[in-house]
Design a binder for this molecule. Sequence first.
Ligand SMILES: NC(=O)c1ccc[n+]([C@@H]2O[C@H](COP(=O)([O-])OP(=O)(O)OC[C@H]3O[C@@H](n4cnc5c(N)ncnc54)[C@H](OP(=O)(O)O)[C@@H]3O)[C@@H](O)[C@H]2O)c1
Length: 323
Amino acid sequence: MNSKCQCVELNDGHFMPVLGFGTYAPEEVPKSMATDATKLAIDAGFRHIDSAYIYQNEEEVGLAIRSKIADGTVKREDIFYTSKLWSTFHRPELVQSCLERSLKKLQLDYVDLYLIHYPVSMKPGENSFPTDEHGKVIPDAVDLCATWEAMEKCKDAGLAKSIGVSNFNRRQLEMILNKPGLKYKPVCNQVECHLYLNQSKLLDFCKSKDIVLVAYSVLGSHREKKWVDQNSPVVLDDPVLGAMAKKYKQTPALISLRYQLQRGVVALVKSFSEKRIKENIQVFKFQLTSEDMKVLDGLNKNIRYLTLDSTAGHINYPFSDAY
Ligand SMILES: NC(=O)c1ccc[n+]([C@@H]2O[C@H](COP(=O)([O-])OP(=O)(O)OC[C@H]3O[C@@H](n4cnc5c(N)ncnc54)[C@H](OP(=O)(O)O)[C@@H]3O)[C@@H](O)[C@H]2O)c1
């Protein structure tokens, strides 16, 4: 199955494959693994690839994409590649330079989608996590509407086919949507979304505005100690999910992914294992009944895994896409 034929039309007329390959891996994972995994993902049929300036892997991911173009597996236009503007580049005059840095690493001419990564601005400079003497992030006072106008210019310059946001709540989305002189609406809002945080209100709001909700941490995240409370329940171990996986003769991961696709959410999934990459693309091969979708809706517990302030102290701001 090739995820390319399973696409959603964005509000600017471009198409986004509904299953995306996540490339973020914890710091200790060698960056070269992103190259191998991205190649495997393209070979398996993934056409949507998600990365970001801050993942520091765009050289490796770009290498994989270009090598799959060079060997004839795909053409550039078959790939939907997302990058994200980091928070130290929110000042309008810095926005395009962050995208250009990504493109240089990728050795690509454009990205398919460029997102404002977080609605939190940080002090500009080479330090991606500027902190004060108490370990608190040093914020920057930037009007995100001005950042958005600079994002619009990146689209007009052809450096990004589509533009959107990530980790925005309803109020922040409305701020952009109600901006006087808005030229382009965000095509999507990429947020944490899984069975324990199903974002149903934010999803309804996004749908009402023709904004696609893109889900990350659909399998409950990488559970990296630095970012995730190790005492939080593991979504893939949920007994109801486990029973449903047995019933459909699928894995809990596949049921979790399928759930998102059937409710109109684009799902990202990261794996650097060949076996699980091949498993995850099987999501198109079965369907959940509407009764089972309701059962899965009932598992929501409003548990957010990525709070960024679990043990850290050094990065001390909450994710803000809570409805
Ligand atoms: N916009 C944002 O702020 C933001 C934040 C977080 C993530 N993201 C994006 O979303 C992507 C996905 O999110 P995520 O990395 O947090 O987590 P995720 O996709 O929910 O989970 C990844 C974890 O699940 C494992 N896994 C993958 N397939 C599996 C399967 N079939 N069965 C069991 N385990 C499986 C992976 O391990 P193996 O690699 O060993 O298979 C990895 O530990 C990221 O890579 C990134 O591109 C965006």
